[in-house]
Design a protein around this ligand. Structure first.
Ligand SMILES: Cc1cc2nc3c(=O)[nH]c(=O)nc-3n(C[C@H](O)[C@H](O)[C@H](O)COP(=O)(O)OP(=O)(O)OC[C@H]3O[C@@H](n4cnc5c(N)ncnc54)[C@H](O)[C@@H]3O)c2cc1C
Length: 409
């Protein structure tokens, strides 16, 4: 039975960040992954995928982007290579192709069961990803069997769908990017729009994430959020990392022929019913965006010598008249893409740390079970916690927490 001090489960960026912080503190550990390092970037992203965060915003403990395009956006393959170089830089003890099938307590520590054997450890860090399972809403069950359906993590390219039109459900980062790609491939697209967070790619001559980072918005903690529940439910930014910095917001999508509908309420065979909330949803996103841009303007005004560009707010989104009920077959729709978010999933975990929604109960990644930690959770502490750039803070915090509690071996 192999034994180590700490088992990290998951070799995505969060598991590797944790590994680096433990290595810096000379804590013996392993990083187990069911597949290869960065497995989700290899197998759960579409072919044309690019990160929506600029390359410079991929800082990891002891590692930054040093390539030729700090303001560019890595493809999934490039990001895997970025992670692999990072792992090599400190000889990360990654054990690939080792799915964890059960994780439980031994009384004195943990037993981590894998297909290859059982690891025992004093501590376990769960780094299996907050976006581990594509969420499919219950409406999917009502769809006619001859209409194809797949999730954003199963979508690869327009060829993933039969010839014809598509209904894309969900207008956050994945949904707008997939709708854009399908429309550019000449497919008729209907996009069902729910609550979303609109952001321009650039504002006042800078990338929007430059502003959010510089103004400390990504560092806002869960303790500062007026309502932790809504902070956790915040939709992802409606952004894409296109090489030509093409916007993918609802105005731009309509310009290339995407038809917008409200939130999908019901599917019955080939009949799709939508809520009449598009105008309200678009209006709410516009108001939230206006508040962010006003804060940027205020920040820029307080630094008059910085030479920022003039305010250039994005155009309003026209709200079309769409029927609340559409016959998908008559509209030529042959496939549905569910871009309706992701959920964490821990089917192997046999410790009582999950809440009613299946999320890990924790405080800054420290669970109620002594020695059990998690990293990469949404708003684990900072708003950036589930972004690549945010893991460094949480990994350092957890490593320090473990160090403080360390008993002499
Ligand atoms: C479509 C999409 C786009 C995103 N784009 C960006 C972006 O542009 N910029 C950004 O900063 N963030 C982005 N994110 C958010 C976030 O950075 C990613 O979700 C990131 O992959 C999370 O990293 P992680 O290390 O926490 O988890 P993951 O990368 O998901 O890694 C978890 C690892 O755990 C392994 N694993 C899972 N279960 C087991 C098991 N039972 N046993 C062993 N191993 C297991 C998996 O194989 C995987 O390698 C995006 C998320 C999604 C879904």
């Amino acid at each position: 039975m192999p034994r180590t001090d700490t088992v990290i489960i998951g070799a995505g960026h969060a598991g590797l960040a944790m590994s680096r912080c433990l290595a810096d503190r000379e804590v013996p550990h392993v990083v187990l992954d069911r597949g290869r390092l960065g497995e989700r970037w290899r197998t759960a992203r579409w072919d044309s995928f690019r990160l929506l965060t600029p390359n410079w915003l991929s800082r990891l403990p002891g590692w930054t982007y040093r390539g030729p395009e700090p303001d560019g956006f890595m493809s999934a393959d490039e990001f895997v290579r970025y992670l692999a170089s990072y792992a090599r830089s400190f000889d990360a003890p990654v054990v690939p192709h080792t799915p964890v099938t059960r994780g439980g307590s031994t009384g004195a520590g943990f037993a981590v069961h894998t297909a290859q054997g059982v690891w025992t450890a004093r501590r376990v860090v769960i780094a299996t990803g907050y976006h581990s399972c594509a969420h499919v809403p219950r409406q999917a069950a009502g769809l006619a069997h001859d209409v194809a359906q797949l999730t954003a993590s199963g979508y690869r390219s327009p060829r993933s769908l039969p010839d014809g039109g598509a209904l894309v459900v969900g207008a956050s980062a994945s949904g707008v990017q997939i709708a854009y790609e399908l429309a550019r491939a000449g497919r008729p697209v209907i996009l069902a729009v729910g609550r979303h967070t609109r952001m321009p790619r650039r504002y006042r001559d800078r990338d929007i994430l430059w502003w959010l980072d510089r103004m400390g918005k990504l560092d806002r903690t869960i303790d500062e959020a007026p309502d932790a529940g809504s902070a956790l439910a915040e939709p992802s930014l409606q952004l894409a990392g296109m090489e030509d910095e093409q916007p993918v917001d609802l105005a731009a999508l309509q310009e290339i022929g995407v038809r917008l509908a409200g939130r999908l309420r019901r599917l019955d065979g080939t009949t799709a019913e939508f809520d009449g909330d598009l105008s309200a949803t678009v209006g709410a996103a516009r108001r939230r965006l206006a508040r962010v841009l006003a804060e940027i303007d205020q920040y820029a005004a307080s630094r008059p010598r910085a030479g920022f560009g003039p305010p250039d707010p994005p155009p309003d989104v026209p709200v079309p008249d769409m029927p609340s009920r559409i016959d998908l077959r008559r509209a030529g729709v042959t496939g549905v893409v569910w871009a309706t978010g992701y959920r964490p999933w821990y089917p192997w975990l046999s410790l009582p740390v999950l809440d009613d929604c299946g999320r890990i109960r924790h405080r800054r990644g420290v669970t109620d079970v002594p020695g059990l930690y998690a990293i990469g959770l949404r708003f684990q502490y900072r708003r950036s916690s589930s972004l690549v750039d945010g893991a460094r803070h949480d990994a350092a915090y957890l490593a320090d927490h473990m160090h403080r509690l360390a008993v002499p071996r």
